[in-house]
Design a protein around this ligand. Structure first.
Ligand SMILES: Nc1ncnc2c1ncn2[C@@H]1O[C@H](COP(=O)(O)OP(=O)(O)OP(=O)(O)O)[C@@H](O)[C@H]1O
Ligand SMILES: [Mg+2]
Length: 258
């Protein structure tokens, strides 16, 4: 059974066509990167998959079920939204924010148990944030808050991890570590990962498939195929020069074999 199956999806919002004729089929355990210009529809597509936006036409199924059913029962998705709004003066600790990600596992009106606390601390450790677990969330820097948001998405122990521009605000060294971490989680838990990003070069190295989205898919397939001036110029509507790092293809191949 496919993890995600989308057929001829179109979405109109406020009378404007945002997504047109999108089809996508993803096996469990694959890593898809979604790139494209601002306003191209990346966040909208992720929100449709999550069951938060209804399509105007077409079908979406997640492990064979409609997204609304998955949304109701929970337990499949971990989600890092593009912007996670938490009032800076709201008195909530870092660990409490991560615990929000386990809401589906803890259950309504139940207190987190030892396992939930262990899992949240483990996810914070993976993001290098365990030492700050009792600090008020509002006191963290933007990049640190982003790391906590990623820990929150992982705390759900998802089968499908949806990340909307997760590396925003994370420093360069941290980004490389983060992509490695994701690749490791994908392999270890057979996790299906969808990630919207503007970091085309970096994600090309780590993903199995790439989708170039500007209202419709301009390209979908092998990541190296997207690093082609024709594809990127079609996508962004302007001439785009592609500068390849000499070790990039080797790195892609090495990671794919790992
Ligand atoms: N609720 C809404 N009502 C009306 N229009 C919307 C709504 N949400 C998004 N849009 C429009 O849909 C288009 C696609 O937005 P979306 O956020 O999906 O783009 P994106 O590819 O994620 O962009 P970015 O790279 O800036 O994050 C934009 O023109 C946006 O204004
Ligand atoms: Mg977006």
């Amino acid at each position: 059974m496919k993890a995600i199956e989308i057929n001829n999806l179109s979405v109109a919002l406020s009378g404007r066509d945002i997504l047109k004729d999108i089809s996508l089929s993803m096996d469990e355990g694959k890593f898809l990167g979604i790139v494209g210009p601002n306003g191209g529809g990346k966040t909208t597509l992720l929100r449709v998959i999550l069951g938060l936006i209804k399509p105007s036409s077409g079908e979406v199924s997640i492990f064979g079920k409609p997204p609304e059913d998955i949304l109701r029962t929970g337990g499949i998705f971990g989600y890092l939204p593009q912007t996670l709004k938490i009032e800076p003066n709201f008195p909530v600790r870092v660990i409490d924010v991560v615990m929000m990600g386990r809401y589906g596992k803890v259950g309504m009106l139940r207190w987190p148990r030892g396992k939930d606390i262990e899992k949240t601390v483990e996810c914070l450790s993976m993001m290098g944030m365990a030492d700050l677990k009792d600090v008020p969330y509002g006191q963290l820097s933007g990049g640190q808050q982003q790391r906590v948001s990623i820990a929150r998405a992982l705390a759900a122990e998802p089968r499908i991890l949806i990340l909307d521009e997760p590396s925003t605000g994370i420093d360069v060294v941290g980004q490389e570590d983060f992509y490695h971490l994701l690749k490791g989680l994908q392999k270890r838990f057979n996790l299906t990962v969808l990630m919207a990003s503007h970091d085309i070069g970096a994600i090309t190295t780590y993903v199995d498939e790439i989708a170039c989205l500007n209202h419709t898919f301009h390209y979908h397939g092998n990541p190296l195929g997207a690093l082609n001036e024709g594809v990127l110029t079609g996508l962004y509507g302007k001439n785009v020069d592609v500068l390849m790092h000499t070790d990039m293809c080797d790195k892609c191949e090495r990671l794919r074999r790992e």
